[in-house]
Write a protein that binds this ligand. Structure first.
Ligand code: S3P
Length: 426
């Protein structure tokens, strides 16, 4: 298993170029695949997860080509997908599998979706269930999990009260809804990231968004668009955290997504007392801006359930930061962490304790006692990119060497992570 060895950083600072947002990259490819004409996605994230989406779309007959900073997608428009030869391998990517379940359910092709050892353990009935109510046909022979087969058919719109604040489920229902007959309305937990709702009109689609409700008419035709993917705020979180922790640390980040459904980590950092400056530079279809973070003292905070969806992927990094803050930090309402690429509550607790941190786990979160020094340790990434990156940042303020086992998994969202880390610390 590849390992990376890290030690205390004497400095941290610079202006790293952030890779494109992962959620918007998936959606740019998928909406482009559905549209009529040639979509251009600029600054698409090049990483394992996004390659999984591109690989599946190609197997469904969509041409995707990269030229410099642009990726061109020749959409199927009214033509329809072709039946793939063999299974669609979604790799490690939950977004690929769940969103494609919704896309394929109403589009006349049959396909079997599978993934790596982590993905085939993650729950999929939560996506199939609303789609089946729309008339979709799935073979779920492996309990709650993939491999699963979707038999695309004509769907009808439904009213669905979503109980899990998951953008992947919401997106699957909406993208099934735009090909169904009648309207599809999602209510309940719709406050998760809203990139699909923002991008649909950009592709000529119709969507109505109101507090607690998202609605799409059926039988829609999308047209090709140009999408400039902003920097990923979930990736930015690692550099923001390092800037907060390393003495004299600072970082400047340009063109970061400031979508309010993604800026929970920024708001929590501000509550912790961090020195963060933000300037909005673009507004449509996604707010984008510049961020400057400087090192300073942090205090513990309470993260409440209603803010969890806006920083769900940043919680491993927050746990590490909390270990260096004054006082206690608690996170609740984050039970979804248990069904991510790994059980992130247990993975964080195991690794933080190995470094001498104090953490108690809860079924739906954790409590970290801040203020203790960290010591270098053997870190298990559990093949989870966000665990590997969060504990690589912890290593920068720990005594002695830290060895991150399974460090290659950073390629899922940020292949250049360790190269950039070296640039920022030397
Ligand atoms: C994502 C939604 C979130 C997030 C994941 C990407 C998306 O998952 O954790 O990294 O692009 O829609 P859930 O929908 O399971 O909350």
């Amino acid at each position: 298993m590849p390992t990376t060895t890290l030690s205390r950083a004497a400095r941290f600072g610079g202006r790293p170029r952030l890779p494109g947002d992962k959620s918007i990259s998936h959606r740019g490819l998928i909406l482009g695949a559905l549209a009529e004409g040639r979509t251009e996605v600029v600054d698409l994230l090049e990483s394992g997860d996004v390659q999984s989406t591109a690989r599946c779309l190609r197997a469904l007959g969509v041409a995707i080509a990269r030229e410099g900073a642009s990726t061109f997608v020749d959409g199927i428009g009214g033509r329809g997908f072709s039946t793939p030869e063999g299974v669609l391998d979604c790799g490690n990517s939950g977004t690929t599998m769940r969103v494609l379940m919704g896309v394929l359910a109403g589009r006349g092709v049959a396909a079997t979706l599978t993934g790596d050892a982590s993905l085939v353990r993650r729950p999929m009935r939560r996506v199939a269930e609303p789609l089946v109510r729309m008339g979709a046909r799935f073979d779920l022979t492996n309990g709650d999990c993939a491999p699963l087969t979707v038999h695309g058919t004509r769907l009808h719109g439904i009213d669905y009260a979503l109980k899990i604040a998951s953008a992947q489920i919401k997106t699957a229902i909406l993208l099934a809804g735009i090909s169904a007959s009648g309207r599809t309305r999602v209510t309940g937990e719709v406050g998760s990231r809203d990139h699909t709702e923002r991008l649909l009109p950009h592709f000529g689609g119709a969507v109505e968004v109101a507090p607690g409700r998202v609605e799409v008419p059926g039988d829609q035709r999308l047209r090709a668009a140009r999408v400039h993917v902003p920097g990923d705020p979930s990736t930015a979180a690692f550099w923001m955290a390092a800037a907060c922790l390393v003495p004299g640390g600072h970082v400047e980040l340009e063109r970061v997504s400031l979508n309010p459904t993604r800026t929970g980590f920024l708001r929590v950092l501000e509550r912790m007392g961090a020195d963060v400056r933000v300037e909005v530079t673009e507004a449509h279809p996604e707010p984008v801006g510049r961020m400057v973070v400087r090192q300073g003292a942090l205090r513990g905070v309470v993260v409440a359930p209603d803010e969890v969806p806006s920083l769900i992927d940043e919680l491993p990094m927050l746990a590490v930061l909390a270990s260096q803050a004054e006082g206690e930090t608690s996170v609740s309402g984050a039970e979804e962490l248990r069904v991510k690429e790994t059980d992130r509550i247990e993975a964080v607790a195991t690794n933080l304790r190995a470094m001498g941190g104090r953490i108690e786990t809860r079924p739906d979160g954790f409590v970290v006692e801040g203020g203790g020094a960290l010591r270098g340790a053997a870190i298990d990434s559990f093949h989870d990119h966000r665990i590997a990156m969060a504990f690589s940042i912890a290593a920068l303020v720990a005594d002695g060497e830290t060895v991150v086992h399974g460090s290659e998994c950073v390629g899922i969202s940020y292949p250049a992570f360790f190269d950039t880390l070296r640039d920022l610390t030397t």
